[in-house]
Ligand binder design. Structure first.
Ligand code: G6P
Length: 367
């Protein structure tokens, strides 16, 4: 096993650090510069069919659900069709309305998560079209879907998913461009996203190089019994995934909130004992996000601001983690990477079994 870990102390560590290489591999052959789009032959959908969908519904569990939420917002942004994500574990139980002009997307690392698989079957029974974003080749979900995109992240052993999630995010970006380019997404905007995607592997590498600094922050927050992760719009799924990862392996309570909702309740909890990790990309919501950070600081809540290089934080006290800039639609993918390191180093500081956290399984094949 030590050999398989390739010199890393944990599989999770190895898998985080594999990302620049595996992402490069996933992207190769899928970016079409000539037409400024993504080549996704595995979807088995002609441009005409892709164009006919009027809605996208993403289904996944756990982290796959949160990345699905990220993906849905990429699809809305780039293809301008309504898209949302739902926990696959709930879907079947609310007698969902299955529409023939909705593209259903099942997202799963293992391809064996029972809740997601049963959602796929429910959709198909009612005549819906479902494609998979799946990592494990030949898995049940991959086989049963009507087409899909393999994630090519390679085997993932650690229960807490890292590289597979980033690959899911890339998968959604590719899907969003493909859906966009048969609609209103211009050639120039297609190119902008394709060029952004090409930069992702190296930019992920740059974030991983900040590991020591992030570990120092992680050690500090690991002492807190509870913390918030906040983000807005594109940043909210990032916050949800960050909180999830921390809970899974550090066993600390973490709650994700929309930054805008803080003032409607949870602000009452802010105190020196409750740190907040704030996702503050340099986008149109920057001032509002910074305003919320000041509200937290005024109540002496410790802050970790995950932001872009060059963002002016003024007199805000706290830790800051910078990620490189990409295109706004793709930035959530990069903002997630430091949160993987944060969870890993918090769990390490607390001495937990990082690769096999208590009560959890890598793949839940029962309902
Ligand atoms: C389990 C794991 C989670 C994972 C979820 C979905 O609950 O503990 O970490 O996100 O399953 O797994 P999947 O293989 O479908 O992506």
């Amino acid at each position: 096993e030590q050999w398989e870990r390739g010199g890393h102390e944990h599989f999770m560590h190895k898998e985080m650090h594999e990302q620049p290489e595996t992402l490069q591999r996933m992207l190769s052959g899928r970016l079409d510069d000539r037409f400024a789009t993504a080549r996704l032959d595995g979807l088995q959908l002609e441009p005409r069919e892709l164009r006919a969908f009027r809605r996208v519904k993403v289904l996944g569990c756990g982290s796959a659900y949160y990345v699905g939420q990220m993906g849905a917002s990429m699809i809305e942004d780039l293809a301008r069709i309504p898209a949302d994500a739902e926990a696959a574990s709930e879907f079947r139980y609310r007698n969902p309305i299955i529409e023939p002009d909705t593209l259903y997307v099942a997202v799963s690392q293992s391809g064996e998560t029972a809740d997601t698989l049963f959602a796929v079957r429910e959709i198909q029974r009612k005549g819906g079209r479902v494609v998979g974003l799946v990592n494990v080749v030949g898995s049940s979900i991959a086989r049963e879907c009507d087409g899909g995109v393999y994630l090519h992240a390679g085997p993932e052993v650690a229960v807490a998913s890292t590289k597979a999630l980033t690959h899911m995010g890339i998968g959604f970006a590719l899907l969003a461009v493909a859906l966009g380019r048969v609609r209103d997404l211009s050639f120039a905007d297609g190119q902008r996203i394709i060029n952004g995607l090409k930069q992702i592997p190296d930019q992920v590498g740059e974030i991983l190089e900040q590991e020591d600094a992030i570990a120092t922050v992680a050690k500090r927050i690991a002492d807190a019994q509870s913390m918030f992760f906040v983000g807005r719009v594109r940043g909210y799924p990032v916050a949800r995934e960050g909180a999830q990862k921390l809970k899974e392996i550090s066993y600390r309570h973490a709650e994700a909130y929309q930054t805008s909702e803080l003032k409607h309740g949870p602000l009452a909890l802010i105190s020196p004992e409750l740190p907040t990790v704030a996702i503050v990309p340099d986008d149109e919501l920057l001032d509002r996000n910074l305003g919320a950070c000041h509200e937290i600081a005024a109540r002496r809540g410790p802050l970790v601001v995950v932001t872009h290089e060059g963002v002016e934080l003024g007199d805000l006290r706290g830790d800051r983690i910078d990620v490189p800039r990409n295109e706004p639609e793709l930035d959530p993918l990069l903002l997630t990477i430091p949160l993987q390191l944060l969870a890993y180093h918090a769990a390490l500081a607390l001495g937990h079994d990082i690769d096999k956290p208590r009560n959890l399984a890598k793949s839940v094949t029962v309902e």
